[in-house]
Structures are given as C-alpha cells and as structure tokens.
Design a protein around this ligand. Structure first.
Ligand SMILES: [Ca+2]
Ligand SMILES: [Ca+2]
Length: 365
C-alpha cells in the first residue's frame, strides 16, 4: 500500500509474543527458556531456573524474531559475545530438544561455524552443539562416551539477516536424531548411544567452551526464544511453535515527500530495511533520504527481519525537474546520505551513485 507517512508512532500488539511464551512455558519437559527480551543482563530464564551471564558484551534488545513487533532478541558480534549458563541446573537428560530462533549476519569460512547453543567441554566429544555451518545450514552434533558422535545437518542454506526457527531432538527410545528448520523436519539419522555429559562441561550460547578454534565458531547474528527440553518434541509441536512465532505479515512502505528533492521513507515495521529501484531497474538496498540525479520513477519497498517484502512498493517521480522539485540543486546521495556532494549529482548515473554509496560502507542503523 502506498501512502505518505505521518511518521506517527505505531503501537504493536503483544498478543503473539505472549501467546508464544505461554505455549513454551506450558510445554512438558521444559528445562530452561531464555526469551531474550531483557534490556540488560542477566539473561532471564523464563522458567526461573537458569539465568545467564553475558560475556563479551552481547547487544540486548535487538529486533526479535516473533510476529509481535515488541519481541526483542540478543545480538552476538561473532568476536567474543556469549552467554554462560549453568550446566548443573540443566541436569543430564537422556532425551533432549534444543530450540531457538536464529538470525546470522554473515557466512562462515569453510570449516568454521556459528555456535548457537552448546553444552560441551571438549569440541564435540561430549554433550551437544546446535550450530550453523559454513554453508549456512543448521546442524546438531551429539556425543556419546568413548569419543563417538553424530552430526545431523540440514539442507536449507538460511538467508542472511532473516529469522529462522531451528530445533533438534534426540530420544534414545526413538533412537533418532532429528533436525527441524522452520517447522519442517529436514534431516534425521538413527542413533542409539546415550548422550555423554562430561563432568566439567559448559552450557553456553554463542560460543564453544574449548579454546582451540573457538574464535572461528562465535555466533555472528542474534538468538531469540531459546529453549531446552528433557524430551524429544514431536513434529506437530515444533510446527506449532514455528507457526505461532513466525512473522508472516509483510511490512508497509510509506514515503515522506515534504523535503523535496530528497525523498524520505519509513515502514510500519520499525526494524524493516529498504530496497529501492529507479525506472524499473534492479532492486538494491537503500536508506533514506534518497535524492536522484535524473528524472524518473523511484520505487521503495520495506523488507522485514522475517524476510517478508512489501508486495506493493511505494513510488513517486524524482529528479532535477522543475515540476518535481522546483529546480533546487541536487545532492548526489543515495541511501545513507554519506555520499552528499551538492551540485555534482547531475552528471552521475544511478548505478554509479549506488556504487559510491556502497564503497563508502554506509552502516545500517
Ligand atoms: Ca563483543
Ligand atoms: Ca524475544
């Protein structure tokens, strides 16, 4: 839908978030649940049993995964951010489900991975690790005594900067390790060995315990609504969690034409980013204010953190046209406004503008 923004503050219903939390808390076998809605440390266990200590300075209050706009999450810098938890309070369950919403900001180099949730001491020789591979695919490793372990890896390469639901389960009676991605069972492998819980193990979010290769395995991204259960959740339960939590509503895009020739734009989703295209060209990432070097049609669409794209982009005529902007001098800026050079815009093509903007490494808000 196209409309001119009033930039009014929008209220977001917390219904979906509260509903999601209620369902998780009512799930049989729940051992710990970190909604990651905290404004600062410690990282609260909504079940009240296992609060976490933030180390390395993770970012509290980043945009969360759930459909509710008020859901918050915990950001990890991929360098040294982690949350340290108490493995003793987790116990030594024989069956297990580990569940989280995750967003990754970058792809790891070959052989490296993002550590999401782990309870292990010695680099996959004990306990478990839920992670995301260098191919951006979810995976679980479970270890048994004697040094044997099982890896089950998904098949979907998760797009960067969008939220996804990951879960993995193991039940020795069922004798299968299963991996679920966005509410679908994506991989499973037969496995009947009991989980080996090392006496000196460490339960953590965002990093592994072992120093060797640790720096290559920090999470660069965010976690939300992380939960551990002492049983294998069924497929229908995992489907329910995914359906209840996921944001399926596309964001709306609005234009602010009050500062011609610059065009401002906003979205009803405060965490949305934007894509622009000029005269039907390719969609490229952009940020307001936008000022064009040539007369043409600007289209803008918001993209939310769930990957939903506004299906009805906002559009307007832009450019150095007296009928459009009153003939005022243009600034050659696209996106973050860091490429401003008054009067120089007329000679520059749109593509060159985008290139210069990217080269200046405009940072997102
Ligand atoms: Ca840090
Ligand atoms: Ca949350």
């Amino acid at each position: 839908m196209v409309r001119v923004a009033t930039c009014a503050a929008l209220a977001f219903a917390a219904t979906a978030q509260a509903g999601y939390r209620d369902v998780i808390l009512a799930s049989p076998g729940l051992l710990a649940y970190w909604p990651c809605d905290d404004a600062s440390g410690p990282v609260t266990d909504a079940r009240g049993n296992n609060p976490g200590t933030a180390v390395g300075g993770p970012t509290f209050g980043v945009a969360g995964a759930l459909a509710s706009g008020s859901s918050r999450a915990l950001g990890f810098d991929g360098v040294d951010d982690a949350v340290v938890l108490d493995p003793v309070r987790l116990g030594t369950p024989t069956a297990l489900t580990v569940e989280t919403w995750v967003l990754i900001r970058s792809s790891k180099a070959s052989g490296h991975y993002h550590t999401l949730v782990t309870d292990s001491l010695d680099d996959l020789n004990d306990g478990f690790l839920l992670g995301i591979s260098a191919a951006d695919q979810g995976g679980i490793t479970l270890a048994a005594s004697g040094g044997s372990s099982i890896d089950v890896t998904g098949t979907t390469s998760l797009p960067l900067n969008t939220w996804h639901h990951l879960a993995a389960s193991y039940d020795p009676v069922d004798a299968r390790v299963r991996l679920y991605v966005d509410g679908t069972e994506e991989a499973s492998t037969a496995w009947s060995s009991p989980i080996f819980w090392a006496p000196a193990r460490q339960l953590q979010l965002g990093r592994q315990a072992k120093a060797l290769s640790q720096s290559a395995r920090f999470l660069d991204g965010a976690l939300d609504e992380t939960a551990l259960y002492g049983r294998a959740l069924r497929l229908d339960e995992i489907e329910d969690h995914y359906r209840l939590g996921r944001d399926a509503t596309p964001p709306d895009t609005a234009l602010d034409l009050s500062q011609r020739p610059a065009v401002g734009f906003t979205s009803d989703d405060p965490d949305a980013t934007f894509e622009c295209r000029f005269d039907g060209g390719a969609w490229v990432a952009c940020r307001p204010p936008y000022t064009a070097a040539a007369v043409g049609t600007l289209e803008v669409r918001a993209v939310d953190r769930a990957g939903n794209v506004d299906p009805t982009p906002a559009s307007t005529t832009v450019g150095p046209d007296a009928a459009v902007d009153g003939g005022r001098p243009l600034e050659a800026s696209v996106g973050c406004g860091c490429a401003s050079r008054p009067g120089a815009g007329l000679a520059l093509a749109f593509g060159a503008l985008l290139g210069s903007t990217r080269r200046r490494r405009c940072r997102s808000a």
